[in-house]
Design a protein around this ligand. Structure first.
Ligand SMILES: C[S@@+](CC[C@H](N)C(=O)[O-])C[C@H]1O[C@@H](n2cnc3c(N)ncnc32)[C@H](O)[C@@H]1O
Length: 185
C-alpha cells in the first residue's frame, strides 16, 4: 500500500494518535533533516515515524555506522516500516515514546546525539507531553538535539521550561503549515 493511503486509513481509525491526514511534506522533511548534524552521531532516535517519511531521509544522510532507532506505537506502521525499509542501521521498536529511557537502557545505549519527533503533541495531555519531553531531554548527550515539528505554537512554553535553548523555524508549505523546533539542553 502506498505511504499516503496507509497513513490516511490509519488516521481515520485513530485520528488523535496519528494526528495528521497525510505524511509530512518534502518541504517540512527537508527543514527537519537540515537541522540534524549527521557527522559522528552514534544513534539517531525517531519518535512517531508513521510510514517513514523522515526515516528514509535520515537513512539517506546518516553515516554508515549510525544506528537509527524508531519508536512507533502503531503496529501496522511498525510492520510497514520493517517490510519496506531494508537497512541494517534501522531498528523499529513497537513502543510509546514515553518508554524511551527504559528502551534505550535495554539496548545498552547510554545517551544519543539526536532525537527527531513526528509526534502529535497537540493531542496529548499535559502530563504525557511533559513525560515525553523529559524522557527526550534526559536521553540526549550534552551536545544533543531534540528536533520536532508542531502545527501551532502551543508547546513553546513547555519546551522552553524543559530545554535551555529552543530555536524555531516556520515551514509554510505543509498541510497544515508547521513550526520546526530545535531544542538543546
Ligand atoms: C503526525 S504522524 C507523523 C508521521 C511521520 N513522522 C510524518 O511526519 O509523516 C504521528 C505518528 O506518531 C505516532 N505516535 C503517536 N503517539 C505515539 C507515542 N506515544 N509514541 C510513539 N509514536 C506515537 C503515530 O502512530 C503516528 O505514526
Amino acid at each position: 500500500m502506498k505511504d499516503s493511503l496507509l497513513h490516511l486509513s490509519t488516521f481515520l481509525k485513530n485520528p488523535k494518535e496519528v494526528g495528521a491526514v497525510a505524511p509530512s511534506s518534502k518541504f517540512l522533511t527537508k527543514e527537519v533533516i537540515s537541522s540534524i548534524e549527521f557527522k559522528s552521531l552514534n544513534t539517531i532516535v525517531e519518535l512517531g515515524p508513521g510510514t517513514g517519511t523522515f526515516t528514509r531521509a535520515i537513512l539517506e544522510k546518516a553515516e554508515p555506522d549510525t544506528r537509527v532507532l524508531c519508536f512507533e506505537v502503531n503496529k501496522k506502521f511498525c510492520r510497514y516500516l520493517s517490510n519496506n525499509i531494508k537497512d541494517r542501521r534501522l531498528t523499529v521498536v513497537n513502543s510509546g515514546a514515553e518508554r524511551l529511557g527504559i528502551v534505550l537502557q535495554k539496548f545498552k545505549i547510554k545517551n544519543v546525539g539526536c532525537i527527531v519527533s513526528g509526534l502529535p503533541f497537540f493531542n496529548f495531555s499535559d502530563k504525557k507531553k511533559r513525560k515525553i519531553l523529559n524522557e527526550a531531554r534526559d536521553s540526549l548527550n550534552k551536545q544533543g538535539r531534540f528536533i520536532l515539528f508542531q502545527y501551532t505554537n502551543g508547546l513553546s512554553d513547555m519546551l522552553k521550561s524543559c530545554f535551555a535553548k529552543v530555536n524555531r523555524k516556520f515551514v509554510p508549505v505543509n498541510v497544515p503549515p508547521s513550526f520546526v523546533y530545535i531544542c538543546e539542553k
